[in-house]
Design a protein around this ligand. Sequence first.
Ligand SMILES: CC/C=C\C/C=C\C/C=C/CCC/C=C/C(=O)SCCNC(=O)CCNC(=O)[C@H](O)C(C)(C)COP(=O)(O)OP(=O)(O)OC[C@H]1O[C@@H](n2cnc3c(N)ncnc32)[C@H](O)[C@@H]1OP(=O)(O)O
Length: 290
Amino acid sequence: MLRSKILNRIRLLKPVIDRRCMSSASKTPLTLLEVDDKSGIATLSLNRPPVNSLNIDLMNSIIESITEIEGNKSRGLILTSANDRVFCAGLDLNELHKPNQERLKEFWAVFQDVWLALHLCSVPTAAAINGHAPAGGCLLATACEYRVMLPQMTIGLNETQFGYMAPKWVMLSYLSVLPRRLAERALTQGKLFTTAEALDVGLVDEIAASKEEALAKCSTFIDSFSKANPLARSLTKKQIREPDVQKLIADRAGDLKECLEYINSPLLQDGLGAYFEALKQKSRSKAGKS
Ligand SMILES: CC/C=C\C/C=C\C/C=C/CCC/C=C/C(=O)SCCNC(=O)CCNC(=O)[C@H](O)C(C)(C)COP(=O)(O)OP(=O)(O)OC[C@H]1O[C@@H](n2cnc3c(N)ncnc32)[C@H](O)[C@@H]1OP(=O)(O)O
């Protein structure tokens, strides 16, 4: 009786994300999922070259992997990158620049879903941040319960640097990790923290010298729940996170409408175009040098 009541409560708390991963045109999987048969801990690696930028397919693949991990009773989830320079470059700017409107609606809905799926994941979650994590990459990291980062990387919600305002629920994810005054300053500056700065302010919990060490530290965090009843732990996490989540769930349509208006605004499109062009230019000049 109690168990079914608890399960019902979890179902109520967790919005139904009924989304299958769309088969991508590419041959390589967009996410790599390995479950350690000794520890029972699942490692989910983002695997979309060159920078794990989040498009619809990659986000659906993440959601599908989280659903699989929750279903196969893994003891925890470590999110990391198959790329050793970039954890996740955030939203794929190709999805936002001069967007197809129907696709943009789907893209935004999947973006909302991937945050909900990770933020409410029923197993313990940790991010082994083995590369740069700007904007949406930082959001994935803050949706996890614990963060271990490698040196000489950057992390932060830098949207204001290219004319964006992060949506309310994205800001709430930051506020769940940073003290308000610091979160406000970092958001308004569009600050990208260095690894050392991120540790100093608590945006990340530990620094590791290598990806292996980061994965080990994430596993230690997950092991810290070994004495907690998994169901009670999951319910407690959802209960604490519910107020922020409800702010999105209560008005997903409003969030989508606001986002469409904002992303389609000439101000944002112009800023985004210039920003994206500068990125490509940088990449071309790098290629020219190598
Ligand atoms: C009222 C308000 C309501 C709603 C708001 C509405 C809209 C706003 C939406 C906000 C959502 C908030 C949350 C998320 C926002 C985002 O994530 S937007 C994306 C932000 N991302 C970035 O700013 C990162 C940009 N990239 C970089 O800084 C660097 O690439 C890197 C540090 C990640 C990696 O550097 P390098 O290793 O040197 O690699 P290159 O820079 O040479 O790049 C290689 C290659 O990849 C392309 N690329 C890089 N980032 C992206 C990206 N995000 N999307 C698409 N493509 C990307 C780059 O152009 C290069 O491509 P090529 O030129 O080689 O083809």
